[in-house]
Design a protein around this ligand. Structure first.
Ligand code: AHM
Ligand code: MG
Length: 335
């Protein structure tokens, strides 16, 4: 692999050679990447940029918004509204969809994002990230509505995330595998640093917030209990555990070396299917994981097959190394 392939060149070559990326989608991905550079810059400045702390407001799901949540949201909206590639956007941090204003041309795509996932980690300088998902605007639509966003994850045409960690990395799929780019700050460009990303089918590492154990459903408890028994238990091997509380960072680790990530339904809020959001978090991450050979379910079905009924809908998430995802899913079937 040449060390000199920028994101722009990669996208142009994908468009030219494989016809995978139409020109509008290429522009969209370049713009999202540019916005992520801006967010990375704000995140890096930290207290020096006066961007830390709470904004004193709540989002539609009743979660306290950090200043950086709002800044990241604005950066993504401003970068994307004028290029002519989008019809509308939806964000975890906005109550309703943002239709591209009339003064700009309307494009063929819909963009969804969690502008800054894992934002409880901002103030403690732990990795956070931006997650995005791209859908096609349904054909023959005059005025875009929320309904047009309610498409199953299998219909995504691009998805990815940018992780703001020790390195800022953009991870992307357009349905042709998973590629990773690292931000070269001197050049101001994302450079291709990994292709053919593959999640191993087996793993000895799992990620779940163990403090919720007493609230879990029996299949999840059974799976984790068996992991904790290690070599002496039914699994016959020891497991390691990681929980960063930033889905982007946890999923990035799984893409790099395998593992199982779970944020399952639990009894704290029994009427909600889970904590994470289907459209902004679960769908893009599930597609990336599947494109890298892993699997993603909600315990009952493939996440990408779920037909959304609401923009801010939540979902139980089990994703990562295929054989472990299949095991947890099978435990759900046995209840
Ligand atoms: P956020 O979008 O409000 O940041 O919430 C999502 C995050 C995920 O990144 C992470 O996996 C999870 O919440 C952590 O939750 P908890 O603090 O309950 O462990
Ligand atoms: Mg989030």
């Amino acid at each position: 692999m040449s060390p000199h392939i920028s994101l722009s060149r990669y996208l142009v070559e994908e468009q030219r050679q494989r016809g995978k990326i139409p020109a509008q989608l290429r522009l969209l991905l370049e713009v999202v990447a540019r916005a992520c550079k801006g967010i990375s810059h704000a995140v890096n400045k930290g207290a020096l940029g006066e961007v830390m702390g709470s904004a004193g407001s709540e989002n539609v799901q009743g979660e306290v918004q950090k200043k950086l949540d709002i800044i990241a949201n604005e950066v993504l909206i401003e970068a994307n509204e004028w290029g002519g590639h989008l019809a509308a956007m939806a964000s975890e941090e906005m109550d309703s969809i943002y239709v591209v204003p009339n003064r700009y041309p309307q494009g063929e795509y819909l963009l969804l994002f969690d502008p800054l996932d894992g934002s409880s980690n901002i103030d403690v300088n732990v990795s956070i990230g931006t997650i995005f998902s791209v859908l096609q605007k349904p054909e023959g639509i005059a005025a875009v509505s929320e309904q047009d966003f309610l498409q199953a994850g299998a219909k995504q045409v691009a998805a990815g995330y940018c992780v703001y960690g020790p390195q800022t990395m953009l991870v992307l799929t357009v349905g042709d595998g998973v590629v990773m780019f690292t931000l070269d700050r001197e050049q101001g460009s994302f450079m291709l640093t990994q292709e053919h990303v593959k999640v191993p089918e087996d793993t000895q590492e799992f990620a779940i917030n163990m403090s919720n154990m007493r609230h879990w459903a029996p299949p999840v408890k059974r799976f984790v209990d068996e992991c904790l028994q290690g070599k002496d238990g039914v699994r016959g091997k020891n497991f390691n555990m990681r929980w960063i509380a930033s889905m982007v960072a946890d999923v990035h680790r799984i893409l790099m070396r395998g593992g199982l990530f779970m944020y399952p339904w639990d009894q704290r809020e029994p009427n909600k299917p889970g904590k994470l959001r289907l459209m902004y978090e679960a769908n893009p991450m599930s597609w990336l994981i599947e494109q890298a050979g892993g699997a993603a379910t909600n315990g009952q079905q493939r996440i990408l097959d779920i037909q959304p009924t609401q923009l801010h809908e939540r979902v139980s998430v089990i994703l990562g190394s295929k054989n472990e995802v299949e095991r947890v899913t099978a435990y759900h079937a046995n209840v």
